[in-house]
Design a protein around this ligand. Structure first.
Ligand SMILES: [Fe+2]
Ligand SMILES: [Fe+2]
Length: 254
């Protein structure tokens, strides 16, 4: 079987890299996919590999967040949790690579993560807090809801186990972001508040693409822990309206 991920380079997506050699990333036990229809199996390999690369990049995101926390003299509990979250993401990447490899029928792992350019970004508190709003309060919150919904619909035990771990951890990661932003709001003065408010408004007001038609493979995908593009769009809409916006209102006193 051809390596599925060669066809999706993930340009501009959270700095994610491309697939490379397994080098131990696919070593966790997964499942036997040999009885699945080839079209579904190929899709599952592609989709789990894509997530695996995101999880691999998330290790670096939390490493960067840890440095951001040090740069703004954040409390030790936040620094500690950011480091723990980076370790969580290593497990998420391994779980996803194990599943992707089982569906692909060959071991898959990450290629080099591109770290060229200004990886750390601006290091003032307003900029760091705004990044935490976008990536954490919004991104991790939506990701945790997505993992929880995927878990609800998944029926395959190895997939459910992986999603349970990921959903629990991502919910904690989202809470960490909200706690940091609360701290930034309390200690960062008017400039931090303005940057945080702007980042929330940008995320909540961003035009959302129209929902695509339902995927013909939707049921097989769901059983194996994957949401269709349509379901992801619905999850995003619902997560922004029902979770992120009310939490942002409560945080900011809007
Ligand atoms: Fe993760
Ligand atoms: Fe995460």
């Amino acid at each position: 079987m051809e390596r599925p991920a060669r066809s999706f380079p993930l340009d501009g997506s959270a700095g994610s890299g491309k697939l490379g050699g397994p080098d131990g990333w696919a070593s966790l036990q997964a499942l036997d996919a040999s009885a699945l229809a080839p079209a579904l199996r190929t899709r599952l390999a592609e989709e789990w590999a894509r997530d695996a690369l995101f999880e691999h990049a998330s290790v670096g995101s939390f490493d960067r967040f840890s440095l951001h926390l040090l740069a703004v003299a954040a409390p030790p509990s936040l620094v500690e949790e950011a480091h723990e979250a980076a370790i969580d993401e290593i497990l998420h990447a391994r779980l996803c690579f194990a599943l992707a490899s089982a569906f692909a029928g060959e071991p898959l792992g990450p290629g080099p993560l591109p770290l060229d350019g200004d990886v750390l970004g601006r290091l003032d508190l307003p900029s760091i807090a705004a990044a935490a709003v976008t990536e954490g309060c919004v991104g991790e919150t939506i990701a945790s809801l997505e993992a929880a919904t995927a878990l609800e619909r998944a029926t395959v035990p190895a997939v459910r186990e992986a999603l349970q771990q990921i959903a629990d951890d991502e919910a904690r990661h989202a809470e960490l972001a909200w706690r940091f932003v609360r701290w930034a709001l309390d200690s960062g003065g008017p400039a931090a508040r303005a940057a945080i408010e702007r980042a929330f408004r940008d995320a909540l007001d961003a035009p959302r693409p129209p929902l695509p038609d339902e995927d013909p493979l939707v049921e097989g995908l769901a059983a194996h822990g994957r949401m269709s593009a349509r379901q992801k769009g619905l999850n995003l809409e619902e997560g922004l309206v029902e979770v992120v916006e009310p939490a942002a209102r409560a945080l900011l006193g809007w």
